[in-house]
Design a protein around this ligand. Structure first.
Ligand code: AMP
Ligand code: TRP
Length: 328
């Protein structure tokens, strides 16, 4: 029996390098070994984006085009839209009954969101319940592994706690899911903080070569290396962090060149830009195909949602039965 995976992304438009290295690249690899469900979690997008829903449709399309161009294969994996499988929402409601408020209030991811989005203490009911909905996404397919970036690990721990609590209160029907991290599970943005749309420090994987080049050019390096031949400190330089991630074969040489003052920042950035641009050559080509054929993208996700729904219905029935909610 293959293991089961669920993972999702909020449809916020085109994906960035953090989404790619922290999750998407891993999803593509895991499709061979696992039965995978990948969800466009539009309800989760509403938890903070309920006041600009006019962007949703376009954002969903752009994100799906990124997924398929990066190698998510609908022959192998089930791709769905969360709100097209309403059983997620119903299981979420059942889970909300057994989730202590204290688990949600001390959620460090929420605290980070409050800080990054400037929400102060002014948060909505839906946002507080974010991890409960996420637990439902994962458990409705009885997933045992969840490939995500490091920022999501705590949410998956809450999903485990909810599964454990359900199993002990009613019946043992849910596996305890585990996070599956990549080698680089926290990609820094061009300012060195975690890459994130809300911090406006992203590089999109679909950016045209010229734009990628400019983004890399604008990165701040070691501020003490002013002239070309000044010796640099790669350990505090974000461009070097990127060299380590994207260009590991040359990183020793680059570090030595920087420290000795032989390699200037302009040259170092040119090397990085070339590597990054090459990495996404094939991806950009495939993207052109899906951009011209958005109907194909739509059909895949509608079919996928139907397929997912059959499984989700079964689990929901099983959960309701365990709770004595079968009245016929
Ligand atoms: P989001 O856009 O927040 O829905 O994130 C989608 C996926 O990308 C999740 O698995 C995140 O953990 C992952 N992710 C987002 N930002 C980063 C980052 N800077 N580094 C690594 N993974 C990330
Ligand atoms: N919270 C995740 C994020 O922001 C998205 C998500 C929703 C998710 N449901 C999920 C990820 C279930 C993994 C499993 O990235």
């Amino acid at each position: 029996m293959k293991g089961i995976i669920f993972s999702g992304m909020r449809p916020t438009g085109k994906l960035h390098l953090g989404n790619y290295l922290g999750a998407l690249e891993n999803w593509v690899k895991l499709q061979k070994e696992y039965s995978c469900f990948f969800g466009v979690v539009d309800l989760h997008a509403l938890t903070t984006g309920y006041n600009h829903t006019e962007e949703l449709k376009e954002n969903i399309k752009e994100m799906l085009i990124d997924w398929f161009s990066a190698g998510i294969d609908p022959e192998k994996s089930t791709v769905l839209i969360q709100s097209y499988v309403p059983e997620h929402a119903e299981l979420h409601l059942l889970f909300s009954m057994i989730t202590p408020l204290s688990w949600l209030e001390r959620n460090p991811v929420l605290k980070e969101q409050i800080r990054d989005l400037g929400l102060k203490e002014n948060i909505d009911y839906g946002l507080l319940g974010y991890p409960v909905l996420m637990a439902s996404d994962i458990l409705i397919y009885k997933s045992n592994a969840v490939p995500v970036g490091e920022d999501q690990v705590h949410h998956i721990e809450i999903a485990r706690e909810i599964a454990r609590r359900f199993n002990s209160l009613y019946k043992n029907i849910f596996p305890l899911p585990e996070a599956k991290l990549t080698r680089i599970s926290r990609v820094p943005g061009i300012d060195g903080k975690r890459m994130s749309k809300s911090l406006k420090n992203t590089i999109s994987i679909s950016d045209p070569p010229k734009i990628m080049e400019q983004e890399i050019k604008s990165m701040i390096t070691d501020t003490q290396k002013i002239k070309l031949n000044d010796p640099g400190h790669p350990d505090i330089c974000i461009v070097f962090t990127y060299q380590n991630i994207f260009n590991p074969d040359q990183s020793r040489e680059i570090s030595a060149g920087c420290q000795s003052g032989k390699l200037g920042c302009v040259e170092c950035k040119k090397i990085l830009a070339k590597i990054l641009i090459n990495k996404f050559d094939g991806f950009r080509e495939k993207r052109k195909y899906f951009e011209k054929n958005p109907k194909i993208v739509q059909e895949i996700v509608i079919e996928g949602s139907k397929k997912a729904r059959k499984i989700a219905k079964k689990t929901l029935e099983e959960a309701k039965k365990a709770m004595n909610m079968n009245y016929e």
